[in-house]
Design a protein around this ligand. Structure first.
Ligand SMILES: [Zn+2]
Length: 274
């Protein structure tokens, strides 16, 4: 299945030579730069869209199994590392409204789902469940990026023959701060008890495979909270799939530092006079 998860957009029309096609793209890109200042969201070179070099680089990333400490026991695959091109594109989609990159990122998410399904037993249908975003973030971005990425990945997976559906089972139960800028411990506190189920899935679907999906996994706190809520509702979560993920070494190092800091603080509070 993995072989069919790729973006068709870069293929040139039949009957057109590569030289002619490249010439036309170069001319159009130069015009785009001259008149509109259009740039590739990956490398910032003149282009109407994600350039062919960036497309090829993005498609070449292998999906990787991650081991975030917050997700211990839950398989988590990411379609690309956050550091570098894929991270630039996620940021472009979320903060600069470059929604044209969503199909490219959706293909990486679909690849992560395929790798996850190769490692766990599952039955169809597969439900992709986006991690909820704060309404203020959706308003600011003009789009619920996680939902659009899930819908894009669903399209690729259905093309590959998988009965895959996207459903927002989770919603925010209370306001949360933007996770960006929070440290490891603050992220855990920010999201504790923050999600709840929108409604219970139909009885026939309760044991169907559910995959939590998101654009980025940093500490894994969002996915862990979504997993906790689904487990409490007795839903079968197969794993998590994200477009990108930061390095687990960074995650472990941060968790280790936070643990060293938090333990003395807690002990001090415990022994303080009431
Ligand atoms: Zn580029």
């Amino acid at each position: 299945m993995a072989s069919v998860i790729h973006n068709q957009g870069a293929e040139r029309p039949k009957g057109q030579s590569a030289t002619h096609s490249q010439f036309m793209m170069t001319w159009r890109d130069a015009a785009a730069d001259m008149f509109l200042g259009a740039t590739c969201p990956g490398c910032q070179r003149p282009s109407w869209r994600l350039c062919d070099d960036c497309r090829a680089q993005l498609a070449a990333y292998p999906a990787e199994l991650h081991n975030k400490s917050a997700l211990s026991g839950l398989p988590h695959w990411a379609g690309a590392p956050f550091a570098g091109l894929a991270g630039h594109l996620v940021t472009a989609a979320k903060d600069r409204r470059r929604w044209d990159v969503i199909p490219h990122l959706g293909a990486r998410l679909a690849t992560a789902v395929v790798e996850l399904l190769a490692s766990v037993p599952w039955l169809e249908p597969i439900w992709l469940t986006p991690i909820p975003s704060a309404p203020s973030a959706v308003r600011r971005r003009g789009l619920d990026v996680s939902c659009r990425l899930a819908a894009s990945a669903q399209g690729f997976l259905r093309q590959a023959g998988l009965d895959c559906r996207t459903q927002r089972w989770l919603r925010l139960a209370r306001p949360v701060a933007d996770q960006a800028g929070l440290n490891y411990h603050q992220r855990q506190l920010n999201l504790a008890g923050a999600y709840r189920l929108i409604r219970s899935p139909p009885a026939a679907d309760r044991q169907a495979g559910l995959i939590l999906v998101d654009d980025v996994a940093t500490t894994g706190a969002s996915l862990a909270e979504g997993w906790r809520v689904c487990r409490q509702a007795d839903l079968m979560v197969l794993g998590a799939a994200t477009v990108t993920a930061t390095s687990d070494r960074y995650d472990s190092a941060v968790a280790s530092v936070v643990n060293r800091i938090q333990v003395p603080v807690l002990r001090q509070e415990k022994t303080s006079p009431a």
